[in-house]
Design a protein around this ligand. Structure first.
Ligand code: ZN
Length: 188
């Protein structure tokens, strides 16, 4: 075998040197792929697309982290929000966990079956010590984005690494509440 083993002309099969741009036997273009212009254009385009995707994903995450829109009307709002939230859904759950390493709040569920607005959820103490007093406060907004009240829940002596199923109560009627936001956690 020759010393050019490994690189041969695609057209005629003749061995060619590493630096060759044109096959010495048949004259075919044998530029290696990284020396071709389209290869670099492709790389640059890919980088731009990746940069764009991560930008829009973090913007969508910011929105979905901040305000939880109540989707009682599943036919329209689920479709509208699924596009924005599907890419951010995985991110936002991990972001919520890392925003505080002391506690986590999961399974937020609106209970609008009663006369007053109620928000259920699971609060987990992620520290290794008991918390004497914990209170969570949610701000409630109407369809115009105006604050119309708060919903709060509190408990005593939450165990180290303990879980608390809370029920945040407000005096606002469920039909008035369009969205809610966690505004305060005290006790940590
Ligand atoms: Zn050739």
């Amino acid at each position: 075998m020759s010393k050019h083993e490994g690189r041969v002309c695609k057209k005629c099969g003749a061995p060619i040197s590493k630096s060759a741009v044109v096959c010495p036997t048949c004259g075919a273009n044998v530029k290696p792929v990284y020396k071709k212009v389209w290869f670099w254009i492709l790389i640059v385009l890919l980088l731009i697309i990746i940069g764009f995707a991560s930008c829009t994903a973090s913007a969508a995450k910011y929105v979905s982290d901040n305000t939880n829109v109540i989707s009682s009307d599943t036919s329209t709002s689920t479709n509208a929000s699924s596009n924005a939230s599907s890419s951010a859904a995985a991110d936002s759950s991990s972001a919520a966990a890392s925003s505080s390493d002391k506690y986590s709040i999961t399974d937020e569920t609106v209970d609008d079956s009663g006369y007053y607005f109620k928000l259920d959820g699971t609060f987990t103490n992620l520290t290794n010590k008991q918390i004497t007093y914990v209170q969570v406060t949610y701000t409630l907004y109407d369809a115009d984005g105006a604050q119309i009240g708060t919903a709060l829940a509190n408990t005593n002596n939450l165990d180290a690494n303990g879980t608390w199923k809370f029920e945040a109560i407000s005096s606002v009627q469920p039909s008035e509440v369009d969205s809610y936001k966690l505004s305060k956690v005290s006790g940590f």
